[in-house]
Write a protein of this length. Structure first.
Lengths: 380, 172
């Protein structure tokens, strides 16, 4: 559900600052320049929270608040006063009418977001399904680990990705980093002294900026106690040492809800290419299978009617890969898509050894594959 | 109830300095330093080069004490402040036009005078703010009425001058 926030202030500057403050959150902002406009918009939109100035022309904030509280439909809407009127007596007088909070100008945007975040469950806009990030987008990974060798190992292992891996040694540095930057993924060593990992986890979860950030615990593979405790505290997941970098990369991508389909699927003019990687582990095959139907449907939807299965990088053909390809071919036949294969010499040779694949014809490159479609309507 | 005469010059100076500093630091991340003036009566034109275009924001306060404060800044500095406040580049703010800059300076003045009068309110002088207004131009002079006392404060904000002209009505 998208929350509605009504900003009532005669200053366009303040309304712009409010919009700026909430631009990273999934909140719809409505604006009014005085109490009359504010009441009308409140009645029309029934916002989840109102930010209300006091000194305004036409109808001031105190009058609007009084009318709001006198209207049975609107009286439950939480109001946060945002005003330069901040004398103690004045604040007390307004508080008696009924406000949820009171912010005196000048104000920091973070304070505004924090106070509104106590009233509505602010979600970063990146959590919205339409904004799913791709595996090729940059992301900030924060590693909280007091052993520099581990941080260096992760940085080295992920250097082929577009992710920035930032290492810090203490919880204080981590909090400081999260205050100044937006971390897309956080991993905390569970072996930090004095239960610091759990404490840091709670601090990060209480902070609006990191409330929904995936947080992993990092533990030695055999330390099941630490892993169990981390799960009880609520860590998003666990990574284990010694670190399997391919596994960690997959976990991070999944935790960040990244669209990894671009690794395997692309389009080239009138072709859909499905490229299998060198290491086609069962996890990778599952991942590709998960995207398959959607990608085929998208291809048909955009007018593409040919598919090439590219096995050029695959080292060996096994039953898992064969099953994936048979499923993919079936998906193509269901929507009348033509398809063909590309593969290296080893794969071509191996394909002759299986009953299901003996008849498959492979091409050396994309041009040869493309030409094959001109020769035969369905090339297998 | 305390009388206005109980507010010493030092309190006025400390209160306006704190107000300017708090607003410019919170909203723009800039530190304001009070620049001492030579003893004697001053007008804004003693500290402001009004040969060049300026923007002046003004907000009044009315209640147990009455007065108003003018904030003088040259157009370039005003545009820079507006840009910082709104998260725009200097080019973007120039494209956004005078109205956007006026509104931002009006709001900066509103916050400054609000912070000033809130401190006085907490000392026993409750009052309310008026709606901000803006003056633009050069070669002008604002004269207080005879029943007002004028105090001029000059600030250095990152090498740019800001002048606060505080007018308090007598007899409050």
């Amino acid at each position: 559900m998208r929350y509605k926030l009504l900003s009532v202030d005669d200053s366009k500057t303040v309304r712009i600052i409010i919009k700026k403050a909430f631009k990273l959150y999934d909140v719809e902002i409505f604006e009014a320049a005085n109490g009359v406009e504010g009441l009308a918009l409140a009645a029309k939109e029934i916002p989840d929270v109102i930010l209300l100035d006091v000194t305004m022309p036409v109808m001031d904030g105190v009058e609007m608040l009084t009318k709001l509280k006198g209207d049975p439909r609107l009286k439950a809407i939480p109001v946060v006063m945002l005003t330069a009127e901040g004398g103690k007596d004045h604040v007390l007088k307004i508080a008696k009418i009924g406000v949820r909070d009171y912010i005196v100008k000048p104000f920091k945007e973070e304070v505004l977001v924090q106070k509104v975040g106590r009233i509505i469950d602010l979600k970063p806009i990146s959590d919205a399904p339409a904004k799913a990030k791709s595996i090729f987008d940059s992301a900030n990974l924060l590693i909280v680990e007091d052993k520099p060798a581990i941080v260096a190992q992760i940085q080295e292992g992920l250097k082929h990705t577009p992710w920035q891996v930032h290492g810090v040694a203490t919880t204080g540095e981590a909090i400081d980093y999260c205050g100044r930057n937006t971390a897309d993924f956080i991993m905390i060593s569970l072996s930090l002294a004095d239960d610091a990992a759990a404490t840091l986890f709670r601090v990060l979860r209480a902070n609006l900026k990191t409330k929904y950030t995936p947080i992993f615990g990092l533990a030695v593979k055999t330390d099941s106690n630490a892993q169990q405790q981390a799960q009880q505290v609520g860590f998003t997941g666990i990574a284990t040492k010694p670190i399997d970098m391919a596994e960690l990369e997959a976990k991070v991508a999944k935790a960040m809800n990244l669209d990894t389909s671009e690794r395997y699927f692309s389009t080239d003019v009138d072709l859909l290419l499905m490229k299998l990687p060198e290491l086609c582990t069962p996890n990778v095959v599952n991942e590709i299978t998960g995207y398959l139907k959607g990608k085929v449907a998208d291809a048909v939807d955009s007018g593409i009617n040919k598919v090439v299965f590219d096995l050029q990088e695959v080292k060996r053909l096994d039953m898992v890969i064969i099953k994936l390809l048979l499923t993919a071919m079936q998906s193509c036949r269901e929507v009348a898509l033509q398809y063909t294969l590309m593969g290296n010499a080893a794969i071509v040779a191996e394909s002759k050894g299986y009953e299901d694949t003996r008849g498959w014809q492979f091409h050396e490159n994309i041009e040869a594959a493309r030409q094959s479609f001109q020769k035969a309507p369905v090339a297998v | 109830m305390p009388a206005t005469k109980d507010i010493t010059e030092a309190v006025f100076q400390e209160t306006i300095t704190r107000a300017v500093n708090e607003v410019f630091n919170t909203m723009l991340g800039k530190k304001a330093t009070l620049v001492p003036l030579a003893p004697g009566n001053h007008t804004a034109s003693d500290t402001v080069d009004l040969e060049h275009p300026h923007i002046v924001g003004t907000v009044g306060f009315i209640g147990t004490i009455n007065g108003l404060i003018y904030l003088y800044m040259d157009v370039g500095f005003a545009q820079h402040c507006a840009a910082c406040m709104l998260g725009m580049s200097d080019t973007e703010i120039a494209e956004a036009g005078d109205e956007t800059v006026n509104d931002a300076i009006g709001e900066l003045t509103n916050m400054t005078v609000g912070t000033f009068k809130n401190q006085l309110a907490d000392r026993g002088f409750p009052c309310k703010l008026t709606i901000p207004s803006i003056l633009r131009g050069s070669h002008f002079r604002i004269e207080p009425i005879s029943s007002a006392t004028r105090r001029i404060y000059r600030f250095d904000i990152g090498g740019r001058p800001l002048t606060a002209d505080l007018l308090m009505q007598h007899g409050d």
